[in-house]
Write a protein that binds this ligand. Structure first.
Ligand code: SF4
Length: 334
C-alpha cells in the first residue's frame, strides 16, 4: 500500500493588487504516489512548483496559497489521513515531526541560535510527548545522535559553533528522532560544498536504509538525484512531466525537458560546451496553453500549442507526458 497518494492536485496562489486579482497556478493537476521504504526525488528548475508541492504535502499551507482541487491522502502505520480533513491542532500534535518531518536548506531555521542543540531536542520531544524524564531523555538523545555517527558533544554546542555540514546533520537527527514515516528534504545540501554534501546525503541514505521510511528529496540538482534517489519525478511549470526509476530517467529519458536537464550535467573529460534552453520558465499567472514547455521545446508540434499532453504509462514504472509518445508533426520551434 502506498504511503502517500496525490490525485489531481491543484494548488494556486490568489493575489489581489490594485483591485486586480491574479491566480498563480503553482501546482496544476499533479498525481503521484510515494511508497514505503523509498527515496523519491523531485527535480525541476526554480518556480516549477517544487516548494508549493512541499507546502501542500507537509500541511503548511497559508493564504494566499489555496487547494483548488484534488486530494492528498496518507496511509501512516497507525491510521489513514486525508489532508483535507486534518485540523491545524491535529497536524501539530500528531503528524508533524512524528509522521512527517522536514529537513530544509539552511538548518538555522530549525535550530535556535541562542539555545544549545540539546535544548532544541528537548523542545521538540516535550511538545509531542510531554516533559521527558531528564535522564531518560539524555540517554535517548545521546543514543540517537551516536547511531547517526554524530559526536555526542554536538548536543552541548550552540548552532553557531558547528560547521554548516554538522548543523545539517543535526537537522537530520532532529527530523528522525520520532522515526517518522516520511522525511521531506528540501534542497538539503544546496548551501554546502561538494565534499560535505556527499557526507550529508550519505547520512540521509543510511538513515532511510535503516528505518525503511520514505524520503521525499526535492532538489534542482540532478546529480544528487542520480546518487541518492530510487525514483525521480520531473516538474515543469506546475506539472509533473515525467517519472521513472532513477536508472531509467538517466538512461532512457522520454520527455524533452528531462533530456535537457540530463544533458546539461557535466561529464568528466567532456570539454564540449553545453547549450542552454532558449527562453525562461512561463509565468504561472498566465501559463501557455497546451504543453507548458512548448515555447521552449525543440521538438514542439502544432498539437503541443493547444492540447495538454496526458501522462502515458511506458511500463516499468516509467510515465511521461509528451505528445511525441503518441505521434505528431513538428512545428516551427523545431
Ligand atoms: Fe515538447 Fe510537445 Fe512534448 Fe511538450 S508535448 S515536451 S512541446 S514535444
Amino acid at each position: 500500500m502506498s504511503l502517500l497518494k496525490v490525485d489531481g492536485l491543484r494548488a494556486y496562489y490568489k493575489t489581489e493588487m490594485y483591485g486586480i486579482s491574479r491566480m498563480v497556478r503553482a501546482i496544476d493537476d499533479v498525481s503521484l504516489e510515494l511508497q514505503p521504504n523509498e527515496i523519491y526525488g523531485v527535480a525541476g528548475e526554480s518556480s516549477c512548483g517544487k516548494t508549493t508541492l512541499i507546502k501542500v504535502l507537509s500541511g503548511t499551507i497559508k493564504p494566499p496559497l489555496k487547494i483548488q482541487g484534488g486530494s492528498v491522502k496518507y496511509q501512516f502505520k497507525s491510521s489513514g489521513v486525508d489532508m483535507a480533513d486534518v485540523s491545524h491542532e491535529e497536524m501539530q500534535r500528531n503528524i508533524r515531526w512524528k509522521e512527517i518531518s522536514y529537513v530544509m536548506q539552511g538548518s538555522m531555521s530549525v535550530l535556535n541560535p541562542v539555545r544549545r542543540v540539546v535544548k532544541t531536542f528537548e523542545d521538540i520531544i516535550s511538545t509531542h510527548e510531554g516533559i521527558p524524564n531528564h535522564r531518560e531523555f539524555l540517554e535517548r538523545t545521546r543514543e540517537h545522535v551516536k547511531k547517526l555517527g554524530l559526536p555526542p558533544d554536538v548536543l552541548n554546542s550552540f548552532p553557531h559553533e558547528l560547521s554548516g555540514g554538522m548543523r545539517q546533520r543535526v537537522a537530520i537527527a532532529l527530523a528522525t528522532v520520532f522515526q517518522p514515516s516520511l522525511i521531506i528534504a528540501d534542497e538539503p545540501t544546496t548551501a554546502l560544498d561538494v565534499v560535505v554534501q556527499r557526507g550529508v546525503l550519505q547520512l540521509l541514505k543510511e538513515i532511510q536504509g535503516q528505518s525503511k521510511n520514505t524520503v521525499l528529496l526535492v532538489t534542482h540538482d540532478m546529480a544528487v538525484h542520480a546518487n541518492v534517489a530510487d525514483r525521480v519525478a520531473i516538474m515543469y511549470a506546475g506539472r509533473l512531466v515525467e517519472e521513472a526509476p532513477t536508472e531509467i530517467i538517466f538512461q532512457r529519458p522520454s520527455h524533452p525537458y528531462t533530456r535537457h536537464l540530463i544533458n546539461s550535467l557535466p561529464v568528466i573529460g567532456d570539454k564540449s560546451s553545453k547549450s542552454g534552453l532558449e527562453g525562461t520558465p512561463p509565468n504561472l499567472a498566465n501559463p501557455p496553453d497546451g504543453c507548458r514547455f512548448h515555447p521552449r521545446c525543440p521538438k514542439a508540434m502544432e498539437i503541443c500549442k493547444t492540447e495538454v499532453p496526458v501522462m502515458q504509462d511506458l511500463g516499468n514504472g516509467h510515465r511521461s507526458a509528451c505528445h511525441l509518445i503518441t505521434g505528431g508533426k513538428e512545428s516551427s520551434n523545431g
